[in-house]
Ligand binder design. Structure first.
Ligand code: SF4
Ligand code: SF4
Length: 730
């Protein structure tokens, strides 16, 4: 320990303090006393991982002190043999790196924001109404905007709902009218029907919203937004092979619902009640040519309709052809109850086609009734899937940008292309819902099937527009009970966001973070990399392309910091200069044979916890590795690579989250952006006579902690094969 005291002082620490338990009251007091005695600006804690005991050390930020923690327990004591020279050098480097970073840290100045408490809910279906009730119940004023003339949405049109109470044996009455009454009776909820959002500007806590209403327009200031604009049925006109459009007696579940509400199930061709009805499940769903996904509630909806028909019209024989009957949770009991009801045949099979030759013939293949069975029916019901009522704002924005570029291009071919782009844009025009005045587009970005994205593994309600939360069938296919829960979940997130905005704090994943990036705009070249790459639409642009920070939208990922070629974006406690100083603080021995050096930049979200978990299991890894935790792989600035390899560090490994549509990257695009940006670095390294293999990128999930020591060891071994960095010693 004394040796480390000397290292810390050598690196610039004013004083050091050793205590058997720094996170206990006595330890905290000792740190505070030392800070007061020496008028310290910051405190470096060289003990356990920064991920442990956060609450114990939180007070230092409140005291306006810089704080940085070096993980001697996980990265040294638990993972490397005691008493060895390599272990000692590792500990010394970590302390030096910590002091270097702390010296560049500016204490956070807490700021309080004037924030509006109102929650705006867009969409008055089940999820929207439940979100409004939830937020109002927590004391928040709510404005509920619905495009239709009445509240209730799709569910208001149903004859009954799925059972939600034991014994789950029969459909339950549709309680939507009671829910509508409850909303209308709640004094904190202002309902605007026949209304649409004209535009939204601002940021969480301070959104300004223009609503066009039936009698003019209304201006609102709100703190957070829940979008619950639901879903529509898949267009059955695309299902000609299943007979839709060829015979009036092929209908959708929604069309059958209208008959059930009227109490009369009849063949549209002749008005007679059918003798036999066939329900075709997955009509256009789980089909790469139509909807590739499962809408999750159509099987249960069919069972509900069959149950209703068997009770009200026992003379009608019902057949259900399914690919897999998907009835999750307690709905499995409902499935059993319908089977026991009698008069219903449920059979597995693929529906190849439906032919209309007088009567309807349903052609099955690979069915339980035979490999190629044909069933006659008077009425066929197609269980069509759900398509979200979303608008992909990013795609609209990309089309606008591409058209602008093409229009102003000198090339004839490109100008021609602008016409095609205008056509594509016209296809999207009018689909806008939120009309966000954001640089990155008028609505939330969506995933490949059109649902606004969320980090479904870790933060299911967070979207890529801070303070705006998707709920209900817009969020994912779901039934009424799930939509109600989803509405509550989204409302809780909206309230949480408003409270965080009051304290000027970030929401997930850096919940509680109070710093925001600072842009030294005098040196900005308006290259627009930051405004284009920010995954959260935080930055607007002025006419010249200069970024305009909307601080409360910021998730503090640092991706802009990694993107900026001018290196003019910094956080008070995280900057290009700070990490570069840490790299400079690593001692790089000249005699390579004994002491190669490897720099590992580890994303704090998955890779760092995985390393801590490996250490907790006493896994060991190569002692040449020096770890710097970073906010996101996307925050990696190319300068850090130049700094490390230029100083003779033999190789650099960057470990980030998995990316792609099913991403785990906590900042959605960070890990992917790092891969794209660093993809070309190999060539640059080769020009410097450095092997491209000295730089490695790895994607790792939090639970792959067994792999991380192996990954580090393997990379160290690969570097041994490559040999020493030729820049060593220069
Ligand atoms: S820190 Fe992240 S969220 Fe904030 S402006 Fe930069 S890229 Fe956007
Ligand atoms: S990346 Fe840097 S230089 Fe480019 S627009 Fe943003 S702040 Fe300006």
């Amino acid at each position: 320990m004394e040796a480390l005291d000397g290292v810390a002082k050598g690196a610039g620490a004013v004083t050091t303090l050793t205590h058997h338990c720094l996170c206990e009251e006595e330890g905290i007091k000792a740190i505070r006393d030392a800070a007061a005695e020496h008028s310290l600006d910051g405190v470096l804690i060289a003990a356990c991982s920064e991920r442990s005991k956060r609450e114990a050390f939180k007070g230092f930020e409140a005291d306006d002190k810089g704080l940085y923690r070096v993980s001697l327990r996980e990265q040294v004591a638990w993972s490397h043999p005691a008493g060895e020279e390599d272990t000692r050098m590792l500990a010394e480097d970590l302390v030096r790196m910590g002091v270097a970073r702390l010296k560049k840290t500016v204490a956070t100045q807490p700021a309080d924001e004037k924030v509006d408490d109102t929650v705006l809910v867009v969409g008055g279906g089940r999820a929207g109404m439940e979100a409004a009730i939830a937020a109002a119940g927590l004391g928040h004023p709510v404005v509920l905007v619905e495009a239709a003339a009445q509240l209730g949405g799709h569910l208001a049109t149903l004859s009954s709902l799925l059972p939600v109470r034991a014994p789950y044996a029969a459909p339950q009455p549709n309680d939507t009218p009671q829910l509508v009454k409850k909303v209308l009776a709640e004094s904190r909820i202002r309902v605007l029907t026949s209304s649409k959002i004209k535009c939204i500007t601002g940021q969480p806590g301070q959104f300004d919203v223009e609503v066009s209403t039936s009698d003019g327009s209304s201006s609102l200031r709100v703190g957070a937004i829940v979008q619950a604009t639901g879903a529509k049925s898949y267009d059955p006109k695309r299902l000609g092979h299943l007979g839709y459009g060829k015979s009036p007696d092929v209908i959708t579940s929604q069309e059958l619902e209208t008959m059930l509400v009227r109490g009369a199930v009849a063949c549209p061709s002749n008005g007679n009640p059918p003798k036999r009805m066939i329900f075709i499940q997955c009509a256009g769903s789980r089909d790469p040519d139509h909807l590739p996904y499962c809408s999750s509630e159509c099987c249960a909806t069919t069972l509900r309709q069959v149950s209703g028909i068997r009770s009200a019209h026992p003379g009608i024989e019902t057949v259900v052809v399914y690919r897999d009957m998907r009835t999750p949770g307690q709905l499995e009991r409902f499935y059993l109850a319908v089977q026991e009801q009698g008069g219903v045949l449920l059979t597995r099979g693929e529906t190849e086609r439906v032919e209309a030759n007088g009567n309807l013939q349903v052609h099955l293949k690979e069915s339980l009734l035979g490999d190629a069975a044909v069933l006659d029916a008077d009425l066929v019901v197609l269980a069509t899937g759900m398509v979200p009522n979303s608008a992909d704002g990013e795609q609209i924005r990309a089309l606008i940008d591409a058209r602008k570029r093409a229009e102003t291009s000198e090339s004839q071919a490109q100008r021609q292309e602008s016409k095609e782009l205008a056509g594509k844009l016209a296809h999207h025009e009018g689909t806008e819902i939120l009309n966000l005045v954001y640089r990155q587009g008028p609505d939330m970005p969506t995933l490949r099937y059109g649902f606004p994205d969320s980090h479904f593994i870790c933060f299911p309600y967070e979207t890529r527009r801070t303070g705006i939360y998707a709920a209900g069938a817009l969020h994912a296919p779901m039934d009424a009970a799930q939509a109600a829960e989803d509405g509550w979940g989204a409302a809780m997130k909206a309230v949480q966001c408003i409270e965080a905005a009051k304290r000027h704090e970030a929401v997930h994943p850096r919940a509680g973070e109070r710093t925001v990036p600072d842009f030294f705009l005098q040196r900005c070249t308006q290259c627009k990399r930051c405004t284009e790459e920010c995954p959260f639409g935080t930055l607007n642009e002025d006419e010249k392309g200069t970024p305009q920070l909307q601080a409360l939208r910021c998730r503090r990922c640092g991706i802009c910091l990694g993107a900026c070629p001018e290196r003019i974006i910094s956080f008070p406690d995280y900057s290009v200069d700070m990490v570069a100083s840490m790299i400079k603080a690593i001692e790089v021995p000249e005699e390579y044979d004994e002491k190669p050096r490897v720099l590992a930049l580890l994303c704090e979200n998955d890779a760092l916890p995985a390393l801590d978990a490996a250490a907790a299991r006493r896994r060991q890894w190569n002692p040449w590795v020096r770890v710097i935790p970073i906010r996101c792989l996307g925050s990696t600035n190319i300068v850090w690579i130049a700094e490390a390899l230029g100083r003779g560090i033999d190789g650099m490994i960057l470990i980030g989250c998995k990316y792609g549509d099913d991403y785990q990257c906590h900042y959605v695009r960070g890990s992917e952006l790092a891969n794209t940006r660093l993809g070309n670095v190999g060539e640059t390294l080769q020009r410097l006579a450095l092997e491209a293999e000295r730089l490695k990128l790895v994607q790792l999930a939090h639970d792959e902690f067994e792999r991380i020591p192996e990954i580090l060891d393997e990379f160290a071994k690969e570097l041994e094969g490559i040999g020493p960095n030729p820049l060593k010693g220069f």
